[in-house]
Design a protein around this ligand. Structure first.
Ligand code: BGC
Length: 362
């Protein structure tokens, strides 16, 4: 399949434009302003938005986001220190007391019962910040980030083994493979900066844990309690590099993802998903493309890119998910009745589409 060069350069600019036009003056990105439940800035979604803006050379925007995170986290230091004391005293800390995964656009921590304890976003932020600084030619962590980064490093080092909600905000007490990979990627990448103190034993322990407890029958599993695959397992190689894209475990995992999660050309999150009847997610389809681009199969990567491109609305927007032939219509209706139709534009979809386009180098 060939893609038209001019058309795709335009698309790349368009996706980056959607992101920067939606960025708040504070530096935050709200996941989807038109969707009532997504008017928050998730560390996870936004870290990949910042990365895609870095790849599009829109560094002022990614920098504004990273500075916003540093400023938002700084006042949580005292809370974090209390968490450490409680942990050291042997207390079973309730999930609601752990640091949140999403914030209001001015850094507010809304304590509204959302399953906020999700460690992956903190690892992803460290990774995206490292990439931002690397692409900006920085050789050490600028002073302005130091306190918040060191707090996040310490938070992840102390709590990485604890069960938490996954990147889909579900299965609240499992240990999730993609979450471990995100923490590994964050700690590993931020450790390249001399002023950041990362205990090298922790990433090594995380990798060992993944290989011993999260691999079954030669492939990765969703969590310590679920043996199926989840599309987020792609993160283990791309981009967090716990394993290389061509490692046999990764290849077997991707084979299983292709066999069981690709529906009508797009990728669903996992078998048994019920959110909006389990549509195919654009960002995951692009992620599978990103995996193949890194694994040296640009043809396959382009095929997944094209599928997502085909879902673009007339306004030029990319939604979170689209219904496919396996989508459960009753469940879809239930969610439509509850929250309205699924999020559109989802900024994270635009981010992953722009990342893949950049990797395709067309
Ligand atoms: C997804 C999360 C995402 C959030 C905001 C949720 O439905 O499961 O992964 O961070 O939406 O986009």
């Amino acid at each position: 399949m060939t893609l038209n060069l001019t058309a795709n350069l335009t698309l790349n600019l368009r996706d980056a434009d959607v992101l920067r036009h939606h960025q708040k003056w504070s530096g935050a990105f709200l996941a989807c302003e038109r969707f009532s439940q997504y008017r928050f800035c998730w560390l996870r979604d936004s870290s990949f938005m910042a990365y895609s803006l870095d790849l599009a050379d829109l560094r002022t925007h990614s920098r504004a986001f990273h500075l916003w995170v540093a400023q938002t986290l700084a006042p949580l230091k005292e809370h974090f220190e209390t968490l450490l004391q409680r942990k050291n005293a042997g207390e079973q800390i309730p999930y609601t007391d752990m640091l949140p995964t999403r914030f209001g656009e001015n850094g507010e921590w809304e304590q509204d019962g959302w399953p906020n304890f999700q460690l992956d976003g903190y690892g992803q932020w460290l990774w995206a910040l490292s990439e931002h600084l690397r692409l900006s030619g920085e050789t050490d962590l600028p002073e302005v980030y130091r306190d918040s980064v060191q707090m996040v490093v310490s938070y992840l080092q102390h709590f990485w083994e604890m069960g938490c909600s996954d990147c889909w905000e579900e299965f609240h007490d499992h240990v999730h493979t993609a979450t471990l990979a995100s923490i590994y990627g964050g700690l590993n990448s931020i450790s390249r900066f001399p002023s950041v103190a990362v205990n090298p034993e922790v990433p090594a322990q995380i990798k060992a844990r993944i290989l011993t407890e999260h691999v079954k029958n030669g492939r990765l599993v969703k969590s310590n309690h679920l043996d199926g695959v989840d599309a987020s397992l792609l993160w283990v190689s791309t981009p967090f590099k716990v394993l290389d894209e061509n490692d046999p475990i990764m290849q077997a995992t991707v084979q299983e993802i292709e066999n069981t999660l690709v529906r009508d050309g797009g990728v669903i999150r996992y078998d048994g998903d019920s959110y909006y009847g389990a549509g195919a997610w654009l960002l995951l389809t692009d992620w599978l493309g990103w995996y193949f681009a890194e694994a040296g199969d640009p043809e396959k990567a382009q095929k997944f890119f094209q599928w997502s491109e085909n879902q673009r609305t007339r306004e030029g927007h990319l939604p979170e998910q689209v219904a496919v032939s396996s989508t459960d219509p009753a469940k879809l209706q239930e969610w439509n009745d509850l929250w309205g139709s699924s999020a559109n534009p989802l900024l994270w979809s635009h981010a992953m589409h722009a990342v893949l386009l950049n990797r395709l180098k067309i």
